[in-house]
Structure formats: C-alpha cells, structure tokens
Design a protein around this ligand. Structure first.
Ligand SMILES: [Ca+2]
Ligand SMILES: [Ca+2]
Length: 165
C-alpha cells in the first residue's frame, strides 16, 4: 500500500516535471519599464508590487528580446542609458544569481573589466548603453543602493498545472 502511494507520488512528480519542461520553452516574457527611477532594492519591490519580477536574462536570445523591447520605449536614450536587472552577488560575493528565480547567472554579457566590485560595494547588475564609451548593452556591477535609474520588470511564467484525478 505504502509502496503504491510512493509510486503514485513519483509518477505525479514526473508528470509535473514534464509539464513544466513543456511550458517553459514556449514561454514568452512580457516586459515593462515603470516610469520611476529607483535603487535596486526599490526596483525589486516595485516589480513585485505589480506582480512581476525585476528582469532576468538567461540566454543571448533573452538578452536580445529585452534590448529590442527597451529600444521601443521612451526610456531608451541613444546617448546613454542604464537599467537595473534582477541579478546580484549580495548573498555571496562573486557569485551572481537572479533575485526573482533564485537561479545562478549563467549567461553573462559583462563590459570589459566588469564585474569589478569597486570599493567592495558593487553587487547589483545594471544593463548599460553608452556608445561613446564602447558600451553597447553590456553589464556592469553597481552599488545597489546608490544608483537611481530605470529598471525593467518581467512577467512571471504562467505554469498552468492541471489537477490530477
Ligand atoms: Ca560584488
Ligand atoms: Ca562595476
């Protein structure tokens, strides 16, 4: 009886994993840039308050769709602009993870010489576009509390899981 229960639980977990795997690749993120500048912590809070996450970037394709979204908004400034992303090494210096998902930052696009943790206080990832400094949508670690800038929120994945009968 106990054995049968365990088998059933295992089956349920496997099916659940299959569903999640099936849903994730087709998931298209929606982005939003709120009309306020904030430090990184406030940015995290604001995105949560509207049911979203401070943006994550998991792949080059992900990065490109984020950039093309930013370019389509009035927050894009072709001279210079920067946006908070949801990654930090606050929990362990030198190991960056995404605040919203808990995943390690695997795909990266750091500017040359970054992350440099200037003064030992730079822990939060910002996306930078300053063409005159040869920085075109690359990443910098910046002081989480110091910088007041725009930020990008992304939608939560909608994993619709059906009830088992
Ligand atoms: Ca750091
Ligand atoms: Ca830096």
């Amino acid at each position: 009886m106990l054995q049968a229960k365990h088998t059933l639980t295992l089956k349920a977990i496997l099916i659940l994993l299959l569903i999640v795997q099936h849903v994730s690749p087709n998931y298209v993120k929606k982005y939003q840039i709120p009309n306020i500048r904030a430090n990184w912590f406030k940015a995290v809070e604001f995105c949560h308050s509207i049911g979203m996450l401070l943006a994550t970037v998991d792949s080059r394709a992900d990065s490109e769709s984020l950039i093309s979204f930013i370019k389509s908004t009035d927050k894009f400034n072709e001279q210079a602009c920067a946006f908070w992303l949801g990654g930090s090494d606050l929990s362990e210096e030198g190991t960056f993870s995404w605040q919203g998902t808990g995943k390690l930052v695997t795909y990266t696009n750091w500017s040359p010489g970054e992350p440099n943790n200037t003064n030992g206080t730079e822990d939060c990832i910002q996306l930078v576009y300053i063409p005159r400094f040869e920085q075109r949508w690359t990443w910098n670690d910046n002081a989480c509390k110091r910088g007041y800038m725009y930020f990008v929120c992304e939608s939560l994945p909608q994993n619709c899981i059906q009830e088992f009968k």
